[in-house]
Each structure stands twice: as C-alpha cells, then as structure tokens.
Design a protein around this ligand. Structure first.
Ligand code: SF4
Length: 669
C-alpha cells in the first residue's frame, strides 16, 4: 500500500473566500476542494491509503509530509504562491509532487520556471479517463512527466456520467460553510475573457439524476444540513438536462424537509427558459451567481457576451428586468462585474446598476487576460499583453494595456470598490433593502440554530456596536423590521457578508495605496540622495536619518495591511527596500572610502581609530537594516554582504602600506 497525500494549497483573501465572514459562523473555509475529493474517489482502495490536507482549514505539517509517499495537488492560478511553497517543501524531502487543476493545465511552463522546485508529474485537463493509467505507470516507475486529459488533446470529452461520488468522508464537513457538488461541465457561450470553454468545451456534459442525487445522499448520510453549492460554471448550460434534474432534486428535498439551501452559477438567459425559474425555486435554489460584467451594450458586444443583451431593449434595461424577475422567484442574484472591458468608458453606470438591481454581493474585479482565452489571444495579436495574470481578480493589477489610460482605469476601479463597499456599508445596506423589496422567498428562510445565534452575537459586537458600521447597520435593521420582519435573520446574514466584502475591499485598496506610496517615496529619496551627491556633500548623517525615517514609515504602513494580504505587496516592498538600502550603503561607502584614503595618505597606523570608524559604520548600517521588516529582510542580505566585502576591500587597499594584520581586518570587519 502507498500513501497519497492530497493537498489543497491556500487561497489568498478574496471576495469568493468569505474569509472574514467565516469566523462569525465558526467555519474555516467556504467550500471543500471538490476536485481533489473527486480525484480521491478514483484511487483503487486496495493499493492506496489517502489523506486530504486542505491548507485553508489546517496547516500542512511535517508529519503529513513524512507520512506521504506521493503528494497530489490541485490548484487554480490564484493559489500559486501557496502551491509553490508546497512544491519546495516536498522537494526538500524528495517527495514526488503530482500537480493537477486549471493552473497546471494552462501554466505548465510558467510553473517550471517560477515554482522554485520541481513538479514530478503534471496532469492536465479532466483526469477521469487517464488517472488509472497514470497510477499504474507511477507504481511501475514508468510515469511520464505530463499526462493530458481528453479535452486538452482535443479528443472526445470525458464522460462525466462515469465520475464517482466525491470522497466527502475524507474531510471534516463542519469546517466548511457550504458543501460542493457538480452536475455539469462546459458552457455553450464563449465570452471572450473566459477560459471555461477552453477547459471544458462548449457542449455541456451532465451527470445522470441518480448519480447527482447519490452525492446528495452521501452528504445527507454524513450529517450535512446546510448550504450546498452546485459548482457548475453554468448550471443551465444544458437547459434540457437541467430541467430533467430539477424535479428530481425538488422531490428529494421535499421528502427531507429541504435540508439543503442550494446555490449555483447560471447565465442570465435563465429568465428566457420557460419553467426554469419555478423549477429551480422548487428544488430549493436560493442564490445564483451571474456574470453581468457590464451594463453597457458596447462593452458586452466587444467581450462577446451577447446573452446579456437584447434586441428589444438596452442591456441595462434587459439585465435589470431579468435580475428582478429572478429575485421575485426567491433567488438572490450575486453577480460578477468587470472593470476594464474595451468600450467601457465610464463606471458610474456600473455602480448605479448594481444599486438599482439590489445585487448586494457584487464581485467587481479588474479585467485580466487568462491564458488560452480569446481575449488573451487578441491582446497578444494587438501587442497589448504585458505579463501573465496573478488570477486574483480583486488585486489591483493589469496584465495588459487597457483602452483607457491605465491610471484612470485603476483610479476608477478603486472608486467603484470604495462606493460599493464604503466603510459604513451605507450603499451595501441600501442594496440589501432593494433586494428585500423584490425577493419573494419560497422556502423557509435562514434556520436559527446555535451557529446562527453565535453569528448574531458576533455581528452585534463587531458591527452594530462599532462606530464604523453601527449607525448604518441599526438603520438597516430597523428598516427591515418595519418592512418585513421575517427577513431579519437574512438581514443579519447579509450584514456579516457585507463585513467580509468591506474588509477585502479595504485591504485590496490599502495594498495598492501602499504600492503607490512606495513609488513616490522612492522617487523623493532618490532625488534627495542625488542632490547630496551633486553638492558633493558629506552629510551622511542626514541621509542616514532620512533613510531610517523612511524605512520606519514604510514598515508601519506595511504592518497596517492585514497579514493575510501582505504577500500581495512583497514584490514591490522588496524592490523598494533593496533600492533604498543599496543607495544608502553606496553613500556610506563613498564617505568611508574618503575616510580610508585620507587616513592612508596620512600614513596613519592608528588602527583603533579605524576600528572605531568601522564599528560606527556597521552600527549605523545595522540600525537601518533593523528598520526593514523581517518578512522581507532576507532579500537585502546579499546587498549587505556585498557592502561588507566592499568595506573590507577598501580597508585592504587603503592600508596596504601600513601594517594591518589579517587578524585586525577580521576584527574591524
Ligand atoms: S457564460 Fe460564464 S461560463 Fe459561459 S463562457 Fe461566459 S463567462 Fe464563461
């Protein structure tokens, strides 16, 4: 028997992760790693022991790695930093890493260059058809470096009616806020920026009713009673099959008094399919995510999102009507918006639309060009591609040249986020009220259990009693109480979500503000140093003081960023600190060279003075070094070593005519 450790690397905070809301309900992660649990079900039980470590709920320990014979990972691009860390740790222990998921599927070459370690085997695309062959090769020691699923080889697609029930028994269900199941793969549309159709094709494949309900049965048998997310990229991509499944789900739910509150993702043409909304509401769907992207016709046309437009009315009118229709069936709409689509020239229309539609959770992100998408190819053709994307769609970064001026676009993006999730959540609560005006819940609303009571108490403590959100939260609760008291539990749930969205927004903006502040600080510092150099001024004390204040200031700004998000500014901080520290050391070295050569010309043999001079020099340098935050201190170690060597070299050269013993050199250096 072999031991396979299935590792799910950590996500950075994002709107999707609900990190800051999970704590209210005592959960550790929003959803389980469904892909890994599905892969786990493909292992032959007689050959393998399995263990799952989801790093979003527990750390990956040395003991886990010591247990493993092989480490299997599944990642999206946004998890790459954590994934690379896993690869490096495994390499140190000579543990083979087998990487799958969308990130290794599309970015294999980049991983080889960036990971700082070696991935032994890549499994691209859908794994079901190739996994047994891979395992056989692995056990025989003949496994290749790369295995590609049928889709990535442009062959016939994986038949997902053969996909086994995911191994939910390998995780602690109570760590998660929601469970995840999948009904279909693929989407009939082909939005320009989306990589779903490149990974799963445009002909959606679906599971059978019995197969899908077997997953419900498994979760129910394991004791799960709460949210279940049907993770399809477009649940109604195959509308005939969705309509075939929905009555079966409704019957299953009804027989058990609706134990699962269902959520999913759909395209907005949901409202065009006769009977679909009623069928979804009957099945217990209470939320759907829709990619709205923009309320503007021209931008939607450019990004080939024709399903969001209509011949009879403007996109804005059509989308508003559609969203209110969905809400009227008791289904909340959360939606994705993109800032930076070609032809989108202003963004107040986005804010106005989101407010009017009552989309309280608006996932607004900067457009990014993902590999393999039509958008990526177009940008490459137009010479507008800058670099690969980080995959975090709330980070303030553009990996292409936008149509609008870059600075304007980023400023507008931050303005949109600040308005949607202002610190007091005024606009957010206004959207919740609009939603309640349209929402006609079919099923029982939020069930009040211990977890909900605990969440309520935390929400009162953190939000209602806070100066920042307290007044608006109180106003919101009073309005809900007066208008529809039965919505109060839902209102509290939404307030908690709002807390999360506000936190993520502030963190992302703080990170970008920090980066911009570093750029301007560096510019000022460089000008100061060169002014002193031009004036041939020997005011090293003043440069040192400025350096120390600058590094201390930046350190404070850095510490103001939540530690979960600091990884996002490491690169910028590293470049900044290295540049400042290097310039400061150059100035010190310049002065030191002068001192040494003056002393040498004077044929002084007063080594004690030289020692004191060097001692003071290193004390000053150490003080500057200490101002550098320990998170990135190791990055300036090389610069410091180079400086030390230069000091030593100058001492050797300067005092070659006087007797400076090796021992003395060691002492002074
Ligand atoms: S509808 Fe959604 S899943 Fe389908 S191609 Fe467009 S963005 Fe992708």
């Amino acid at each position: 028997m072999r031991n396979a450790l299935l590792v799910y690397p950590e996500f950075p905070p994002s709107y999707w992760g609900y990190t800051y809301a999970l704590d209210f309900v005592g959960k550790k992660s929003a959803m389980p790693p469904l892909g890994l649990l599905t892969v786990a079900a493909l292992f032959p039980e007689h050959d393998w022991h399995l263990k799952v470590v989801d790093m979003n709920v527990e750390p990956l320990t040395d003991a886990d790695l010591a247990w493993a014979d092989y480490v299997f990972t599944s990642t999206m691009i946004v998890q790459k930093n954590s994934f690379y860390e896993v690869v490096r740790r495994c390499n140190q222990l000579h543990l083979p890493v087998i990487a799958g998921g969308p990130h290794p599927t599309s970015y294999r070459e980049e991983i080889k260059h960036e990971a700082g370690g070696v991935v032994s085997h890549f499994i691209g695309g859908e794994v079901e058809h190739i996994f047994q062959d891979f395992l056989t090769d692995l056990l025989h020691g003949t496994a290749q470096e790369v295995y590609e699923g049928p889709r990535t080889q442009n062959k016939v697609q994986t038949d997902i009616t053969k996909t086994p029930v995911p191994r939910y028994d390998l995780i602690r269900l109570e760590d998660y806020n929601s469970m995840a199941v999948q009904f279909s793969r693929g989407c009939p549309f082909d939005c320009e920026f989306c990589d779903i159709t490149k990974l799963f094709g445009r002909v959606p494949r679906t599971k059978t009713n019995a197969q899908f309900l077997a997953e419900f049965d498994r979760l129910y048998a394991l004791g799960w009673r709460h949210s279940v997310f049907v993770v399809d990229d477009n649940f109604i991509g195959n509308k005939r099959d969705a309509m075939r499944l929905l009555p079966a789900i409704a019957a299953w739910q009804q027989a058990r008094d609706y134990p699962f509150g269902l959520s999913t993702e759909t395209s907005v043409n949901l409202v065009e399919i006769p009977g679909m909304l009623d069928a979804m509401a009957d099945a217990g769907f209470i939320m759907t995510f829709i990619g709205i992207e923009s309320p503007n016709d021209a931008a939607l046309a450019t990004t080939v999102k024709k399903q969001n437009t209509s011949r009879e009315e403007t996109a804005r009118e059509y989308l508003l009507r559609a969203i209110h229709t969905i809400q009227a069936h008791g289904i909340e709409v959360t939606a994705g918006f993109i800032i930076g689509l070609d032809q989108d020239t202003e963004f107040q229309s986005h804010i106005d639309f989101i407010q009017q539609a009552g989309i309280q959770q608006a996932m607004t992100g900067l457009l990014m060009a993902l590999k393999k998408t039509n958008f990526y190819n177009r940008l490459e053709h137009e010479g507008r591609l800058l670099h690969e994307s980080s995959g975090n769609n709330v980070s303030v970064e553009l990996n292409f040249v936008p149509e609008l001026d870059r600075e304007v676009l980023i400023r507008e993006y931050k303005r949109v986020l600040r308005e949607l999730y202002d610190p007091g959540l005024k606009h957010y609560f206004a959207r919740c009220l609009t939603l309640f005006d349209h929402l006609q819940p079919r099923q029982r609303l939020v069930r009040i259990r211990k977890a909900e009571m605990r969440a309520l108490m935390k929400s009162i403590w953190r939000q209602l009693l806070s100066r920042k959100q307290g007044p608006t939260y109180l106003w919101f609760l009073v309005r809900v109480l007066l208008r529809s008291p039965r919505m109060v539990p839902n209102a509290v749930r939404m307030a908690i979500m709002g807390y999360h969205f506000e936190q993520v927004t502030q963190q992302q903006i703080a990170m970008d503000d920090f980066k911009q502040s570093l750029a301007s600080e560096l510019d000022t510092f460089q000008r100061t140093v060169s002014r002193f150099a031009k004036a041939q001024s020997n005011r090293i004390g003043e440069i040192g003081l400025r350096t120390q204040h600058l590094l201390a200031r930046v350190r404070t700004q850095y510490e103001a960023i939540h530690e979960d998000c600091r990884y996002g500014v490491w690169d910028t901080l590293e470049v900044f600190q290295q540049s400042v520290f290097t310039q400061y050391l150059e100035a010190e070295l310049h002065v030191f060279k002068d001192t040494v050569s003056r002393s040498a010309q004077a044929h002084t043999d007063r080594l004690d003075d030289v020692r004191t001079c060097v001692h003071h020099l290193f004390t000053r340098v150490q003080a500057q070094y200490d101002q550098i935050h320990h998170d990135v201190r190791s990055n300036v170690q090389d610069t410091l070593d180079t400086f030390r060597s230069a000091v030593k070299r100058h001492l050797e050269q300067g005092f070659s005519r006087v007797r400076v013993t090796g021992d003395a050199e060691e002492k002074v250096c």
